[in-house]
Design a protein around this ligand. Structure first.
Ligand SMILES: CC(C)(COP(=O)(O)OP(=O)(O)OC[C@H]1O[C@@H](n2cnc3c(N)ncnc32)[C@H](O)[C@@H]1OP(=O)(O)O)[C@@H](O)C(=O)NCCC(=O)NCCS
Length: 208
């Protein structure tokens, strides 16, 4: 009986200290995981200055610069400014660039972003204010595995649930079939074709 009480007291103590440890871990996890989104295969983390080399290597890849930067090869300084802008936006409004990595690997697979892209939003509309859109790009070594679709899905859920958006926009060059297939898979609807800087742009929208 006494032994039973003692054992009961001990196991209660063990349970309580486990609970305290779990609460502590959760608090730390919350702090550590701030802005980090996890999917079955991927870890999306807000990008920071330490990502400069990896991001720069990605944005100058021919397939990426063709569709995201109108063929322009960004300088390291421009990539650095993009990262600084991302950090500012993450702090101010929870949007920016997220680096994509597979679980357990440090190699950058690509990025997804919620980003104020500037282009025409209606035919003939000049100097429209930039609107936040979903954007994405993968290192060519990681195409055709569903990573872009999986990462975008997580970011869309974040925009809906954490930012409270009621819709999300995206756009691609008319000839960008791979990006268009990603957006179709995510159930975006095509809304309009407008004039882009180097050719027609397809505008898309997903209403929640
Ligand atoms: C746009 C881009 C990210 C698309 O890459 P992607 O590899 O085709 O897209 P995903 O990672 O979602 O992979 C989907 C493909 O993998 C295949 N796949 C293989 N395994 C899969 C899995 N487990 N789950 C889902 N799809 C899988 C799919 O069939 C699909 O191929 P399909 O489109 O021919 O049917 C890539 O082409 C890119 O980085 N382009 C340059 C930048 C760019 O254009 N960005 C868009 C500007 S808005």
């Amino acid at each position: 009986m006494v032994g039973g009480d003692a054992a009961g007291g001990f196991s209660t103590l063990v349970r309580m200290s486990r609970l305290a440890a779990a609460i502590r871990m959760n608090r730390e996890a919350h702090v550590e995981n701030h802005g980090v989104l996890l999917t079955e295969r991927l870890r999306l983390q807000p990008m920071h200055r330490g990502d400069l080399d990896a991001l720069h290597a990605l944005v100058v890849q021919p397939g990426v610069r063709r569709y995201l930067f109108d063929e322009r090869i960004l300088s390291r300084e421009e990539t650095d400014r993009m990262l600084a802008a991302s950090t500012r936006q993450h702090v101010a409004s929870g949007i920016g660039l997220w680096g994509i990595r597979t679980h357990g690997s440090a190699r950058l697979v690509g990025f997804v972003c919620l980003w104020p892209f500037a282009h025409e939003y209606a035919p003939g509309e000049a100097d429209a204010a930039p609107q936040n859109e979903l954007g994405f790009a993968l290192d060519a070594d990681f195409h055709e595995r569903g990573y872009a679709t999986e990462a975008c899905r997580a970011l869309i859920a974040y925009a809906r649930e954490r930012l409270g958006w009621d819709r999300i926009r995206a756009s691609t060059d008319l000839c960008n079939n791979a990006a268009t297939r990603v957006l179709w898979r995510l159930r975006f609807a095509e809304t309009l074709i407008v004039r882009g800087r180097v050719g027609p742009l397809r505008l898309f929208e997903l209403v929640f």
